[in-house]
Design a protein around this ligand. Sequence first.
Ligand code: ADP
Ligand code: MG
Length: 369
Amino acid sequence: MLRHKLLSFINRQLQRLIVEHVGIDLGTVNTLIYKEKHGVILNEPSAIAINKLSGEVIAVGRPALEMLGREPIDTVVYRPMKDGSIADYDLAEKMLKAFLKLAGIGRRCKFLHVVTGTPSLSTSVERRALKAAAKSIGARWVSLVEEGLAAALGAGIINNATGATMVVDIGGGTSDITIASNSGIIYSSSIPMAGNAMTQAVLEVIQRKYKMLIGEQAAEAVKIKLGAALLDPLQENDELMPVIGKAQPDFRVREFFVSASDIIQALEKPVNTIVEAVRQAVEQTTPNVAADLYRNGITLTGGGSLLRGIDKKFNEELQLPVTIAQRPLEAVVLGIGKLLASPLLLERYQIKEHSIEWDNEKASSYSTI
Ligand code: ADP
Ligand code: MG
């Protein structure tokens, strides 16, 4: 027994010398990289700028996104991820390679082990593409985990709470709902309604009501400054924000003022859709799980959980305690970080090979309990 323990300890230490363990959260909007013992070493928008003629990579991450809508004529800015999965394999691979280089991963002659998250309802094809992308950037081994589970670990709620807890990860493309306990996932579902849909709703209301065209980043800024999940009953005056755009139909450039109440109204639909998906998840639970959720409540993660008042809205609608994770944008990659530090936890929570073969239809039946 003692000999066995000693051997496995030596094995682990040797492995540490020759293997570099890295966690990647390849999100629709943001990509984060975590390195064992260093923490989060990269946090950049999932964007890449390419020269149209030569195919050369001009920029990745923030500098690439800043070019969006003002690209030089020979340059195109792409976002290779859509709804949490790879939409353009070649570009995703190029972007990941550039991010790894930026983060200084793979410089030393070590074998690379990548742990990465995937949305709960990703198809077997999408999961295979993710694994292949990780292999193409030099990973010798790739482990996949469900993002919702990683978010729950990162937010520190499984392993702490007894019984079941729920995490709602509101990202850019999808909102992922996961009910999990220390033993694993009890329920998971995903809807294509999250931060990007909220920004789209802002663009639409500005076009419809103000007859103005603005850029995506400007709409994002309006959403962040004025957006909320609820009207604040204490606020007497409607807050206004100056924005520059192009008037329709004459396309003259001018400054105009957007009101918070218009933005909050525009966000009602996407926010309610997410609330309803969570309501459905709660309704489908067994009485035991429902009782656990009543005690443990819901934790919100992902950038969308930074929308003002979203915790209060969920609480009012669902009558369950709601908290926002301490580092909502990093929750998934921090959870992956915990898995990197514990081979036992990784073994328990990683998606096993046979489940990678599941197709979407089977996976959705898995989401009903
Ligand atoms: P993903 O994991 O899909 O890449 P993230 O969890 O990084 O997504 O969240 C990105 C989304 O969060 C974007 O749609 C962004 O607009 C939104 N977001 C970030 N900060 C805020 C904020 N303060 N208020 C509302 N939405 C926000
Ligand atoms: Mg995410």
